[in-house]
Design a protein around this ligand. Sequence first.
Ligand SMILES: Cc1cc2nc3c(=O)[nH]c(=O)nc-3n(C[C@H](O)[C@H](O)[C@H](O)COP(=O)(O)OP(=O)(O)OC[C@H]3O[C@@H](n4cnc5c(N)ncnc54)[C@H](O)[C@@H]3O)c2cc1C
Length: 400
Amino acid sequence: MSIFIDDELCTGCGNCVDNCPFVGIEIFDGKAILTEECTFCGACLDVCPVNAILIEREEFQIQKIDLSQYRGVWVIAEHYKNKVHPVVFQLLGKGGELARELEVKLTLVILGDNFEGQLEELNLYGPDEILYLKSPLLKHYYSDLYAQVLTELIIENKPEIILTGATPTGRDFAPRIAKRLNAGLTADCTGLEIDQNTRNLLQTRPTFGGSLMAIIKTPNSRPQMATVRPGIFKVVERHNKKAHVRKIEYKLKERDLVTKIVRVIEKERSSVNLEDAEIIVAGGRGVGSRDKFKIIEELAEVLDAELGGSRVTVELNWLEQDRQIGQTGKTVSPKLYIACGISGAIQHLVGMQNSEIIVAINKDRNAPIFKVAHYSIIGDLHEIVPTLIEEIRKIKSGNS
Ligand SMILES: Cc1cc2nc3c(=O)[nH]c(=O)nc-3n(C[C@H](O)[C@H](O)[C@H](O)COP(=O)(O)OP(=O)(O)OC[C@H]3O[C@@H](n4cnc5c(N)ncnc54)[C@H](O)[C@@H]3O)c2cc1C
């Protein structure tokens, strides 16, 4: 793509400068010139009264493919040390819904070794089929092998939707496959639905720093690939189905590896487990100070809950980073979420709005958190939280 300014036509009126959103154009010696900030957005073209600006774009040809050849929903079973990642069970729940709507099979794809003993258990989560690619080399995750093997498998089987966790592993192999297949990939989806008229997957994700939710579809390519962060969807167990197991012994050789795992260095694990917590008590800027946060900790303690907070509380150093909830923190879906002094910015909501019951305590009756709360308590948290703690203690000791 290239952009030209015709010096002879340009009158230096400056309309383009006023309308450029990126400071990509300026007037020099009475003529418009481009700066390094130009993004080729084209905003200057329409406002130039003498048509002095021209953008040449290479014609983009949409490759027509027969979409009807692609059928089925796949969930990729990420694993570590032979243990399937919890996000996989959440994706099977959502994948099952999508497959039922499309009236197609839900397939769980495992690339690994020694999974025979777990197939029965995995069957409980509702796949119609388990596609198990077995090779000793697939025991560990290798970017290049996953990309190669999954790409071959997708070309052969033509699924229409592929779901994978937005984990470091999923984020590593999904784009490699999407690039190889010229497929659409939407990262960090918070919602997935089917457009019944077109069978397109409607993929919702936060955009512009979380201030907007975009719905993305890839109508011209297949498969439609989406990554989903842990905690977004619920695990649905179903016991009455028996998945058909297709086991393929994959003939991979050491020489197929571009890289080789020499040693695995385990990072010290954080003791904070927000993703699996049943109850979370979270504090925001409204708590007031690090010292005052003790009251939030106390409420968490009496409820045997995990402690969390908004990004502001982490930035203010009231809370450790691994307790941040939201778009750039953890995504959680506990049975009970108590938000104390949290306004409910969209970036926070995307991380907790799937909680079963949300209780919000805020002194501003117009705080956005109340839009997602099931129980709204309007008032000063420093009066409400101590009363709550007292009442819970009474109930626990049987003196209520
Ligand atoms: C790219 C990007 C990513 C982000 N990621 C995240 C993220 O992952 N997580 C996140 O949380 N934020 C994130 N943010 C920040 C987000 O936009 C908000 O700034 C943040 O969530 C606000 O935190 P807060 O609710 O604690 O503070 P505030 O918005 O300041 O709200 C404080 C609330 O406390 C109430 N209050 C004050 N005193 C009391 C009292 N005594 N009793 C009761 N209520 C009281 C006020 O009425 C107010 O509603 C992100 C922002 C961007 C741009």
